[in-house]
Design a binder for this molecule. Structure first.
Ligand code: ZN
Length: 266
């Protein structure tokens, strides 16, 4: 099967994972900027990370015949110091013209602090200024619902925001409906231990329908599975979803959203 992995942190994965993705039919991986497993001490550390995401990782992926795209930002986990966050944000524009950069992400909230919210809104404005799509992380902690509500309330203040160019990721049963009803895209993240299991994701798909939904593994340095998307496709098959419905969810839906960036081509 051909599919797109729309959210993976490949800098923390091995080349063996690229081989597995290629064998499973992965056509493209999209890598949002995020926490790298440790707090970076300087803005220069982020500049190197952005070079890794825009210069080195695309070459590594191409070795295995996979297209690599990235999203840029300072992630919410390291954005609670506004002075530092703004210093990092000031270097983002010089990377936005790189051929694999799709937009701004994954921005959002981690502990739902006022500082995180300020930096989130400044990122949204940066995306609007450059007419870029936005990828939003929602907290994994017990305050996912509160974080999602804060995110939706904040976005509602941007009257010129095209909601079809915004995806709110890591939705669960209690947050998927408000995201879709407000006109945004929603991402379901398949994790072995937390977030969605394969069956929970398929349950949500069956309840809400496939429109404006995508699946991702969000594989990173922690317990995660780079093959979660094709595994979910197999589970859909065993639950009697048609091949067309499966292809729609894992290939056509992400393509439709990502093509809103002119840079996304396969
Ligand atoms: Zn992520």
């Amino acid at each position: 099967m051909k599919y797109i992995e729309p959210h993976a942190h490949m800098v923390s994965r091995t080349t063996d994972d690229y081989v597995k993705l290629a064998l499973a039919g992965c056509e493209a991986v999209c890598e949002p900027a995020f926490w790298a497993g440790f707090d970076r001490a300087t803005a220069a550390g982020f500049a190197d990370y952005f070079r890794q995401l825009t210069e080195y990782e695309p070459k590594r992926a191409q070795t295995y015949g996979i297209h690599h795209f990235s999203w840029l930002c300072i992630n919410p986990k390291e954005a609670d110091d506004p002075g530092f966050a703004r210093e990092v944000m000031s270097i983002i524009p010089e990377f936005l013209d790189k051929p694999n950069v799709l937009g701004i992400g994954e921005i959002g909230l981690n502990k739902n602090t006022r500082n995180e919210l300020d930096i989130f809104e400044e990122h949204v404005q940066l995306a609007l200024d450059h007419d870029l799509p936005i990828l939003i992380h929602t907290p994994h902690l017990e305050d996912k619902l509160k974080g999602t509500r804060l995110t939706l309330d904040s976005l509602a203040n941007f009257s010129n925001l095209d909601r079809s160019k915004v995806i709110i990721d890591h939705v669960e049963e209690h947050t998927v409906a408000p995201v879709l009803e407000a006109g945004y895209w929603a991402g379901m993240t398949l994790y072995p231990q937390s977030k969605c299991s394969l069956d929970r994701a398929i349950d949500m798909l069956e309840v809400h329908g496939p429109d404006r939904l995508w699946l991702n593994s969000a594989c990173d340095w922690g317990v995660s599975d780079p093959l979660a998307v094709p595994k979910c496709a197999l589970r859909m098959k065993s639950r009697h979803h048609t091949p067309e419905d499966i292809e729609n969810l894992i290939l056509h839906n992400p393509t439709k959203f990502l093509r809103q960036s002119r840079k996304f081509t396969l």
